[in-house]
Design a binder for this molecule. Structure first.
Ligand SMILES: [Fe+2]
Length: 383
């Protein structure tokens, strides 16, 4: 069956990437709304961007009221700010939250109704041009047609999607990720790894996503521990920035599956950051999936050097799971208990979480078929 492979319209990647973007930015408009977070603004990265915009004669307004993972209220405030400042395009600079917010703000500046109206539908429309500059190597939002917005009324992390949400320009420069502290480096890096692994075991995987997935998995196993141990390791940061982008392309085209499906409810109900809740789940979920596709797990083990080329699928698949567990330990990813989650409240909400995960549709993309009862078993295995 034919498949479609989509990516941002343009990508500029590497050292001083922003300096190569003047002509593109001028095509997009005359006044940019910069969507960011206060930490990124304080760290001086917004100033680097505004200095370039000033030099290029592009006016700008700053919206940095994205204090955490985006909610419907934050997006509504962003849409008002965009209209009030009379901007004609959007530049997001930051981690996944500002990038996801910018997509939703661009869409809702044109679409009618409320964000929850668009959950589960293909979003279409002509939206203001979007430029994405990631400052973490993780979410891959700069490469995807997705945005995740939390509905605080229902405690649901809504997955919104559509090719119209694909960025016009992704600017990927590892220099922006150097100030990420070790905990953020670990959680965002594990998010990127989860994207690559999940797309590789997705029913919707294809030759293009498989290529990027194995590349990203290899880069992340080799470089995430280095970037975690020494944030100034530019070689490791560069590899991680490329891996996160590649992993973003993977989920853009092969989708996320079980881990993200089960992770979003933990994030929405227990306020665990996205990368951490994925990392808490990935080993248990992959142990479940492995029985349906040992050969694919063997491929991943061989890509990272955990098994040699002659190893039997079943031994190599187990070696991948062992490497995954070792990586999570090296990165000091907390368990649910270590994170301080109350086991009784978790048990009481497990049914809602499994239901919300199935409703999202993500688990059903998994190569091994899953039922709500399987999700409940995996949730309880985390304790
Ligand atoms: Fe993710």
């Amino acid at each position: 069956m034919a498949y479609i492979f989509t990516a941002p319209k343009r990508t500029v990647m590497g050292e001083n990437a922003l300096s190569a973007c003047e002509a593109y930015m001028k095509q997009y408009g005359t006044k940019a709304m910069i969507v960011s977070g206060k930490h990124v603004t304080k760290a001086g990265m917004v100033k680097t961007l505004t200095d370039s915009l000033d030099a290029w004669g592009i006016a700008h307004a700053l919206f940095n009221d994205i204090p955490g993972e985006p909610t419907v209220e934050m997006i509504e405030a962003g849409v008002r700010a965009y209209r009030d400042a009379k901007c004609d395009f959007i530049i997001a600079i930051g981690g996944g939250s500002p990038l996801d917010s910018a997509k939703a703000i661009a869409a809702m500046s044109v679409l009618k109704g409320k964000i929850p109206d668009y959950m589960g539908k293909e979003i279409t429309g002509e939206f203001p041009p979007m430029v994405m500059i990631p400052t973490t190597a993780g979410t891959g939002s700069e490469a995807t047609k997705f945005t995740i917005i939390t509905d605080t009324e229902t405690d649901v992390k809504m997955l919104l999607k559509g090719e119209a949400l694909l960025p016009d320009l992704a600017v990927v420069d590892a220099a922006y990720t150097v100030s990420s502290p070790p905990s953020i480096t670990a959680s965002t890096g594990m998010d990127a790894l989860t994207h690559a692994v999940e797309s590789y075991i997705s029913k919707r995987a294809n030759a293009m996503t498989d290529m990027y997935a194995l590349s990203a998995i290899k880069k992340i196993f080799a470089n995430l521990p280095k970037a975690y141990a020494d944030g100034s390791d530019m070689a490791a940061r560069t590899e991680m920035a490329a891996a996160a982008y590649q992993a973003g392309l993977c989920i853009n085209n092969a989708s996320v599956t079980l881990v993200h499906g089960m992770s979003r409810p933990i994030g929405a109900l227990f306020h665990v950051p996205h990368g951490i809740s994925n990392a808490m789940l990935i080993s248990a979920c992959m142990a479940y999936v492995k029985d349906g596709c040992e050969a694919k797990f063997a491929d991943m083990a061989k890509a990272i050097g955990a098994a040699d080329e002659r190893a039997a699928d079943s031994a190599a698949a187990n070696a991948f799971l062992e490497a995954l567990a070792k990586l999570t330990k090296t990165l000091e990813i907390p368990t649910l208990a270590e994170y301080g989650i109350d086991p009784e409240r978790f048990a009481a909400l497990a049914d809602k979480m499994a239901g919300d995960a199935m409703t999202s549709g993500s688990p059903q993309n998994c190569i091994r078929s899953v039922e709500k009862s399987d999700l409940l078993k995996i949730y309880s295995s985390l304790w």
